[in-house]
Structures are given as C-alpha cells and as structure tokens.
Design a protein around this ligand. Structure first.
Ligand code: PHE
Length: 471
C-alpha cells in the first residue's frame, strides 16, 4: 500500500514508498519496455539517437520534458529559487554548472557513487533507462565524479532537471530539479597539510546566523561512520563547515519566504521562529551523512541530504589529496514553500496566468487563478499471473507502471492517483488492484465527456500494455 504523501517531493525520494535512497523496498522485476512493440530501433533524446534494448523504458512524454530548462527560464519560480540558493555559493570558490545534459551513463548515475548492484534505485521501476548503459539522471550527484576529476574550482554547484518514475500527486512529478553543491580542500594546498585547521579557518569566515537548529546527531558513530581516510578532527571540521553553510541557505531562503508571506498578509513579523533540525541519514556516497528538515505547516519536511564525500570519489577521480562535503537539495520543494505554490504540475504550466505572476529576483506569493472541480474515477483489474498460459514477462505490475500509463494518457490532467484496494483471491490466487484517479485540469473545467474519454484510454492502455483483466 502506498503511504499518504503528505510531504513534498524532494531530492531524497526513490519513490513514494521510501523516503530516502537508503530504505529498501519491495521491487518487482517490471518496468519493462512497453514501447517496444512498434517502436523504431532507436530513441531520440536531446537531439541524439540511442539504440533501444530491453532496458529502454523512457516514454515520449518524459523525453518531451528534456530541454525545458525551467531552472534557466528567466522569471520562472524554479529559476528564481535556483538563483537564490546559488547566491549562497559564489565564485571564485564555487563554480556553477547549470547546463549539464540529463543523459548520463549508468556508471555516472550509480557506479561512480558506489551504489551496490542490488540498490532499488537502479531498477527499471524507479529509473528511466534510455538503454542498458544510459539513463536520464535520477539526481545531480551523477556529475560529482566528473567535476572532481575536472578540478576547475574548490567548490561547485550543479542545478539541473532530474528524472524518476514515481507517484502522481500534488507534490510528485517525474521530472524535477535539484541543486548539488560540494566543497573540497586539498591536503597538498592547505598550510601545513592541516585540513582541520584550514576548514576551521574557512568556517570562521562564514556569516554567523541566529537560527536555532536542533542537532542531536553526533558527528560520527558506528552507524554513521567516520571514514578510515579521515581523522576525527578533519571530519568534525568538515561537518561543521557543511552544517553552517547549509543553515545559511535556510536562513536566506526562509527569511525571503517570510517577507513574502508578510507582504501578502499571510504571516506576521512576530510569528514563531522557524524550527529546523539535523537528522542522520545514509547515502552510498557520503559518510557520515545527514538530512536537514524544517517544520512547515505542522510537519517535518526533508529539505536536503548531505555528508562528508566518500573518499573513493576523489580517489577514483585522480585527486586523492582532496576531501570535503557535498549536498543535494530539491528545488521544487523549496519553491513550493517560497511562493506558496500548491501543485507541482503548475511549474510546467505554460499558462500566462501562472507565468506572469513571477519576476526575476523576487519572491511573491502565488495567487491561485481558479480551482476547477476534481473528477474521481476508479479502475479495478486482475493482474496477469505467471502461471496463466499467456503470462510470461507481463506477469508483474508495479505501482509506478500505473503512474506511467496515467501520465502517458492524461498528462498533467491527472492530479492524483492512489491505490485504494488490493486483494488476492483466496481460491485462484489472482491479485486484484483498484486505483482511484483524480482528473483535474489546472487551467479549465473538464467536461464529463473529456474525463470519460481519458479514463477509457487509461483502461485500454492498461489492458494493452500490461495484459490486465479489467473488472
Ligand atoms: N543525491 C542525493 C539524493 O538525491 C542527495 C545528496 C547529494 C546526498 C549529495 C548527499 C550528498 O537523494
């Protein structure tokens, strides 16, 4: 069963069932190439042609999002948010990379970062494969190794679109944006090779803030370990620099959000201060690792993931004398909070009533232009079983396959899809699923005929692609 998705999509999700890369969840070997039947032997992505194979699962509606570059579109809320965070990491220390192609190798996205072969993030149910060696990046960390190897600056940021097969609801979209950041120090360049002292000296130069941050994490311990290549002092200094730098981002971003909310009459100057906390986390490419959470409208939201860079990365990139930290933040999540944007689909809207509300360099509160009525429709079906004569590779079905069919047929007209019932027939052992789809346009009222036609197409596509028996 799906968990209620009360949090917003961010950098850390693999899917709606797991909130971080760490948590392993049920994976069924599906996400097969449902586009292969009549598909040409190659697939075009970002102006390049790739050979299809049995791993290819990237659908046309996703390919069409490549190159929208919302993070670089002037006056778009994602670009405004990107610039706001980027301003905290300026040159010459930090170099920004904002034009890296989303088409990366499996090596860049997973292997270079030490993801184990069995990691669920690698599965076709979670990741868009162009073919067995090439994916649409699932996170901006895919560029860490190359940027370390290029060694163009001490630190960097990467803002980019990332792609994940995922749930459909108001805070999840299969394409979203992240900003990666990293800061490294070189043993051969700091005075006396004393990394800890050099990092502490840089820490002193960071702006101080008076944000109260709850931090009950210890810098490292067995479950969130110090790396053998680092001394305790080095790790402590790097962690302190990392945490202060990121707290600075929160102070800036939420200070701006509060100003905008006050201007819109939604908040008061003396409202309770922002509650922020550090919690421990796990990523294959940092150790120790943490997440930063903020308390927003009654719940703790994961804002970013970070940690001390695993030494294997700089070592493999040919810069073994360097060590430091990295973070990744989800820009949609931040933008939704900053601008009060209630539905992630809005970021993709080309409607002037949305786009005209935002101005470069300014945080303003989103004024909804209208709320059109929802239309709920259920679809229930029996899954094919492998024991059935026609079973074979169509036997498995993953919730993300449902999401994909709905995205493909209804696009942004689907607001939310949830599994409302699931059972196994006691006699036949067949499994039945029932999903409830909420069709709602952000731009107009859908007519009954329109929603009925959409729903009929979803039903047909489910039957054709996955061989399910509609009920
Ligand atoms: N790439 C991670 C994610 O998407 C976030 C992260 C980046 C964590 C850098 C640690 C360091 O979940």
């Amino acid at each position: 069963m799906r968990l209620p998705t009360t949090t917003l999509q961010n950098c850390l999700r693999v899917s709606q069932r797991s909130s971080t890369f760490l948590r392993i969840r049920r994976v069924s070997p599906t996400g097969f190439n449902c586009y292969s039947t009549n598909a040409p032997p190659t697939v075009e992505v970002a102006g390049k042609s790739f050979q299809r194979d049995e791993w290819t699962n990237v659908p046309p509606h996703i390919i069409s999002c490549v190159n929208r570059s919302l993070h670089l579109t002037p006056s778009h809320p994602i670009a405004i948010t990107r610039a706001l965070v980027e301003r905290q990491f300026i040159g010459p220390v930090y170099k920004s990379y904002n034009n890296l192609s989303p088409v990366v190798s499996v090596h860049q996205n997973f292997d270079s970062l030490g993801f184990p072969a069995s990691h669920p993030g690698r599965s076709k149910t979670d990741t868009y494969y162009i073919n067995k060696d090439t994916v649409l990046r699932t996170h901006t960390s895919a560029h860490q190794a190359d940027i370390f190897a290029a060694g163009e600056s001490k630190g960097f940021t990467v803002a980019a679109d990332v792609y994940r097969r995922d749930a459909i609801d108001r805070s999840h979209y299969p394409v979203f944006h992240q900003m990666e950041g990293a800061r490294m120090w070189s043993r051969s360049e700091v005075p006396g090779s004393d990394i800890a002292a050099a990092v502490r000296a840089d820490l002193e130069k960071l702006p101080k803030h008076n944000l109260v941050v709850e931090d009950t994490t210890s810098v490292f311990h067995e479950g969130n370990p110090l790396q053998p290549e680092h001394s305790a002092k080095e790790c402590e200094a790097i962690a302190a620099h990392l945490k202060r730098s990121l707290e600075g981002v929160v102070v800036e971003v939420f200070g701006q959000a509060k100003k905008a909310a006050i201007a819109a009459g939604e908040a008061k100057e003396d409202d309770a201060p922002l509650a922020v906390r550090w919690i421990e986390a796990y990523f294959p490419f940092t150790s120790p690792s943490w997440e930063l959470e903020v308390f927003w409208q009654g719940e703790w939201l994961e804002l970013l993931g970070c940690g001390v860079v695993k030494q294997s990365l700089p070592n493999n990139a040919g810069v073994p004398d360097k060590l430091g930290w990295a973070f990744g933040v989800g820009l949609e999540r931040v933008a939704m909070l900053l601008f009060g944007i209630p539905d992630i689909r809005l970021f993709w809207s080309k409607d002037g009533r949305f786009l005209s509300q935002f101005k470069e360099g300014q945080i303003s509160r989103f004024a909804p232009f209208s709320k059109y009525p929802p239309c709920y429709k259920d679809v229930a079906f029996w899954l094919k079983t492998s024991s059935s004569p026609a079973g074979g590779s169509l036997a498995q079905f993953h919730e993300n396959d449902m999401m994909e069919v709905v995205r493909d047929v209804a696009g942004d007209l689907a607001e939310d899809v949830r599994l409302v019932d699931e059972f196994v027939h006691p006699k036949t052992g067949r499994k039945s699923l029932c999903f409830r789809i909420n069709y709602r346009s952000l731009e107009k009222t859908l007519t009954n005929d329109e929603t009925n036609a959409l729903h009929e197409s979803v039903r047909n596509a489910l039957h054709e692609r996955y061989g399910v028996e509609l009920r």
